[in-house]
Design a protein around this ligand. Structure first.
Ligand code: SF4
Ligand code: SF4
Length: 87
């Protein structure tokens, strides 16, 4: 079978395909209670969360986020909220 276009076959493979338009929801990093634990970075299946332990400022790359919500689910201090994308 010859897959060429639009197939995301492996975790993290979205980095070679802009998948941001798939998302119905996107995370909002509130920057209020963040402890800098980095769990959002570790758990994001696409590797699109980035941030800094020292400043505790985290964000994500909307070109590749698929809106799965795992980052928000795993944040131990509820500092990430998922919001609907208006399309
Ligand atoms: S919702 Fe969060 S965990 Fe899911 S792809 Fe986007 S940034 Fe990564
Ligand atoms: S998981 Fe939550 S507390 Fe931990 S670094 Fe990410 S936003 Fe901050």
């Amino acid at each position: 079978m010859d897959f060429k276009v639009g197939i995301i076959a492996m975790p993290g493979a979205a980095l070679s395909n802009k998948t941001g338009s798939f998302a119905n929801e996107v995370p909002v990093f509130m920057h209020k209670t963040c402890t800098g634990c980095n769990l959002c970075i570790y758990f994001c299946p696409e590797g699109v969360v980035y941030g800094d332990k020292k400043t505790k400022i985290y964000d994500f790359d909307s070109d590749y986020c698929k809106g799965c919500g795992i980052c928000a689910e795993e944040c131990p201090v509820d500092d990430i909220k998922m919001v609907l994308v208006e399309k």
